[in-house]
Write a protein that binds this ligand. Sequence first.
Ligand SMILES: [Zn+2]
Length: 184
Amino acid sequence: MSRHATHTFTADEVRSLNIRSLPQAGALAVGSSVSVRWSSGACLSAMANADRLRVQWRGGAVHDVLLTATPQPFGGIRHWLVCPVCGRRRGVLYWSSRLWACRGCLGITYPSQREAGANRALRREQEIRRRLGGSTNILEPFPERPKGMHHTTYRRLVAEAVAHGGRHVTLLWEALRRKREGPR
Ligand SMILES: [Zn+2]
């Protein structure tokens, strides 16, 4: 039996192939195919064979992604994608312009992780400013050295605050850029 289904993905699912989205779309029945269309217009099509998905991203080269399955505790099976780099079972693979591989192998971080990292860096800088008697407003001039604080301590705290500030801006910028660029 051959089925065809179309699936519309949100920008959050950019360039990713999520096994959980596919069974509902009928892609895992042998001989069935699925089209995945992103809001940007990019399109992925997948065709299921016995043990693999034939995946085509944006009309480019066709790549085979191996499938595997594990039994579920209460019956039935759970499908997985096999990362071609590490060979591990994965729920989601990402497109990296040459191959589909897992997040760990591609070194991808979630946008939320970048934002969390940016917020953490901001809080660290604010903590240092407060410790030096300043406010948490990072747009204000950096606080002077408090009376009684050793010069070495002050210089170390300034250096730390500058490093946190740089990290805050960098991570924030990366998170924004990723959101604006969308799928590639
Ligand atoms: Zn991997």
